[in-house]
Design a protein around this ligand. Structure first.
Ligand SMILES: [Zn+2]
Length: 302
C-alpha cells in the first residue's frame, strides 16, 4: 500500500495534566499539510501559514519552523480553585518542561482553538478562551462572634452571649478608644456604676473584664435632660425597662418613691447654649406648683 501521508511530532515543551503536548504535522502526498494540537486541527490561515509545502529539505524545514512558531493557548490562569464550574470549561494543570515545580492551574474552553494569536496579552490564549468568564462564588459572610459563641454554648442567654462577644471583639483592639459597646452592655454597666461607682471602677481597673469607661457611662446617663418635675423621657425609659425585664401588666402598678437626698445650698450661673440661667433656687417643677395651687386655692400666673 503506497504511503499517502507522513506524520511528524514536534514537542512543545509543555505538559498538560501529566501528558506532553505535541504539535502533530501531517504531510500529505498532495503537497499539503495540516497541524493538530491535542487532537484539534489548527487553523493555519489564522497563523499566516499557507498549508502547502515543497518536498525538499528546505521546504520541510520551512514548514517545521512555521509550525514551531504557533503559540499554544494557555487558557486562563485561575487564582482560586473554588470557581463555579461550567459545562463549557475544563480545568487543567499546565507545566513547562524543565520548570516542573511551577504548576499553572488554568481553565480553558472545551472549544479551545489550542493556538493563540500573537497579541499583547501576558498569557497567550485563543479567542474562544478569551471570551470565557470565570465566576467565583460570592464570599459567604463570616459568622458573627455572637453566632460562633452560640454554637459553642447553646444554653447561654442572649445577654450573656452579647456581653461575651463585646469582650472578644474589644480584646482585639490595640487601643481602648477603639472599643465599641452594645446597648445591653452599656445598660448593665450603667446600672452597676450608679449603684456603686467605686466598685465599678475597681472592677474595671482589675482588667478581669473589659468595661466602658465611667465618663462614657455618664455621657449616656446625662443624655436625658435632668430638671425638676416629671419628664416624659423618664416615663418612656421606665416603660422600656419594664418591657425589657418582661414585667407583666399587673406588675406595673405601683408608686414612685423618692429617697431623701442632701443638696448643698448653692446658686450657680449656668450657660446653656447662648443663654445664661441661674440654678439653685427651690424648684419642684410645674406639677408641684399645680398641686400647691390646688391646696391653697390660689392661682398664680407664670
Ligand atoms: Zn484556548
Amino acid at each position: 500500500m503506497p504511503c499517502t501521508s507522513v506524520k511528524v511530532k514536534i514537542p512543545t515543551g509543555w505538559i498538560c495534566n501529566g501528558n506532553e503536548v505535541e504539535k502533530v504535522v501531517v504531510f500529505r502526498s498532495d503537497m499539503t499539510f495540516n497541524v493538530h494540537i491535542r487532537g484539534r486541527e489548527i487553523d493555519l490561515e489564522s497563523n499566516y501559514i499557507a498549508g502547502t509545502y515543497c518536498l525538499t529539505c528546505e521546504g520541510i524545514k520551512e514548514v517545521l519552523e512555521q509550525v514551531n512558531c504557533i503559540q499554544l493557548c494557555q487558557g486562563i490562569t485561575i487564582k482560586k480553585h473554588n470557581y463555579i464550574p461550567h459545562s463549557n470549561i475544563q480545568q487543567e494543570l499546565l507545566t513547562k518542561q524543565g520548570d516542573e515545580n511551577i504548576n499553572h492551574n488554568i481553565v480553558r474552553s472545551k472549544l479551545c482553538k489550542q493556538f493563540a494569536i500573537l497579541n499583547n496579552r501576558q498569557i497567550p490564549n485563543c479567542t474562544t478562551c478569551q471570551r470565557l468568564t470565570i465566576k467565583y462564588p460570592e464570599n459567604t459572610p463570616k459568622p458573627s462572634v455572637v453566632d460562633t459563641l452560640r454554637n459553642l454554648v447553646p444554653t447561654a442567654s442572649d445577654a450573656t452571649l452579647t456581653f461575651l462577644a463585646s469582650q472578644v471583639n474589644n480584646a482585639q483592639n490595640k487601643c481602648s478608644n477603639q472599643n465599641r459597646w452594645d446597648s445591653t452592655t452599656i445598660n448593665e454597666c450603667l446600672q452597676l456604676f450608679t449603684r456603686s461607682p467605686e466598685g465599678y471602677k475597681s472592677l474595671r481597673k482589675s482588667e478581669v473584664l473589659l468595661l466602658p469607661s465611667p465618663s462614657l457611662l455618664l455621657l449616656y446617663k446625662n443624655s436625658i435632660q435632668q430638671s425638676p418635675g416629671f419628664h416624659e423621657n423618664i416615663f418612656r425609659w421606665m416603660y422600656e425597662e419594664a418591657n425589657r425585664m418582661d414585667i407583666p401588666t399587673e406588675g406595673r402598678i405601683g408608686g414612685i418613691l423618692l429617697d431623701e437626698m442632701t443638696i448643698q445650698e448653692k446658686i450657680e450661673i449656668v450657660r446653656q447654649g447662648d443663654s445664661l440661667s441661674m440654678i439653685g433656687f427651690v424648684d419642684l417643677g410645674v406639677e408641684s406648683q399645680a398641686v400647691d395651687s390646688l391646696k391653697s386655692g390660689t392661682c398664680t400666673k407664670n
